[in-house]
Design a binder for this molecule. Structure first.
Ligand SMILES: Cc1ncc(COP(=O)(O)O)c(C=O)c1O
Length: 380
């Protein structure tokens, strides 16, 4: 099956009791057993729920993986992966990451004796030379949040194989419509399903997708033992959101292309990050591993201090100033004080997350209205 067909049908079957076409919201915590241990595959909804299972199977199909696991947030998914580690282990990861990933690494798992090494994952030599005999996990985000750096998924996969290190790609920014890390050598894909997968800014959810059955069982153990699993209502909404992922992603990419071109030559813009530009340092890697360049753009405002940046960020009429991304509506975010506020100033500025950087999640409204909004805010 091709992508759009999978997005609409994978994991879903007409309800056997009523014929309902849409997977019902199985709003139940528990399931009747005929005798102890004799049941229909469902015992207790922390571990298994039919609505969630349909979503997990659909997610697995979209990422070309065998197994999917849905979590109550992207961070719960990340946490579950990190539970595979032991004190003394090292994690090799990117120096430009979602702030919450940085926070769980440095403020939660570092205190249990796990070491996190941050490198520029667009630099393959830097990645390989940072591997030690203690490295147990390579965690890559691409494109990165918020400066949209590209990591070569396949090349890092070869490094991970060479040193037998578990390799996870956070595919939140690209979505499976644009990029499938499992096909390029990743062992696992992580998603903040809150973003493009659900796509309507009404659910917080995470996901892991993988092929290895033993690893799936290990992760499922933590998922059930710890319990960061989503309820059926959220699973239903995410499943519904997925059905239009391909249509939404096309529109996000097209709108972003027009907005990036508009902003590139704007006198109030000092720098623009969008992987579709030929002069973006990761453009060739993006062309190789992505089907289009995505809906995210970051800009550095010219001659703007924090006060002026706040003034600009607060004046949009169509864009909404808010955290998050990947929904149908366009959002503006100020990473330094919002999504990346938990990263120390020096560390974030080193990778370009400066006070006058704004991140734009381009929605799927009429692009003329979006450009007009940007024009009125930047124009005076
Ligand atoms: C790239 C990336 N990874 C992970 C997360 C965390 O996901 P959640 O907010 O669903 O917990 C986010 C959230 O913004 C993100 O942007």
């Amino acid at each position: 099956m091709k992508f759009a067909t999978k997005a609409i049908h994978a994991g879903q079957h007409a309800d056997p009791t009523t014929g309902a076409v849409m997977t019902p919201i199985y709003q139940t915590s528990t399931y009747k057993q005929a005798s102890p241990g004799e049941h229909k595959g469902y015992e207790y909804s922390r571990g298994t729920n039919p609505t969630r299972k349909a979503l997990e199977d659909c997610l697995a199909a979209l990422e070309n993986g065998k197994f999917g696991l849905a979590f109550s947030s992207g961070m719960a998914a990340t946490d579950t992966v990190l539970r595979l580690l032991k004190p003394g282990d090292e994690v090799l990861t990117g120096d430009d990451l979602y702030g919450g990933s940085y926070r769980i690494f440095t403020k939660v798992y570092a205190q249990y004796g796990i070491k996190f090494v941050f490198v520029d994952t667009s630099d393959l030599e830097a990645v390989e030379s940072a591997v030690t005999d203690k490295t147990k996990l390579i965690w890559v985000e691409t494109p990165t949040n918020p400066t949209l750096k590209l990591a070569d998924i396949e090349a890092i996969g070869k490094i991970a194989k060479k040193y037998a290190v578990l390799y996870v790609v956070d595919n939140t920014f690209a979505s499976p419509y644009l990029q499938n890390p499992l096909d390029l050598g990743a062992d696992m894909v992580m998603h903040s399903a809150t973003k493009y997968l659900n796509g309507h800014s009404d659910v917080v959810m995470g996901a892991l997708i993988l092929n290895d059955e033993a690893l799936y069982k290990q992760l499922w153990f933590f998922y059930n033992a710890v319990g960061g699993t989503p309820g059926p209502q959220d699973a239903f909404l995410a499943l519904r959101g997925l059905k239009t992922l391909h249509v939404r992603m096309k529109a996000h990419c097209e709108n972003a292309r027009q907005i990036a071109e508009f902003l590139k030559t704007h006198p109030k813009i000092e720098k623009i990050y969008w992987p579709g530009f030929a002069d973006h340092p990761g453009h060739d890697v993006a062309k190789k591993q992505m089907r289009d360049f995505g809906g995210m753009i970051s800009v550095v405002l010219k001659d703007a201090d924090l006060k002026e940046t706040f003034r600009i960020a607060s004046r949009f009429q169509v864009f909404t100033l808010a955290e998050s991304l990947g929904g149908v509506e366009s959002l503006i975010n100020h990473p330094a004080t919002m999504t990346h506020g938990s990263i120390p100033k020096e560390a974030r500025e080193r990778v370009g997350v400066v006070d006058n950087l704004l991140r734009i999640s381009v929605g799927i409204e009429d692009v003329d209205d979006l450009i007009e909004d940007l024009n009125q805010v930047l124009g005076d």
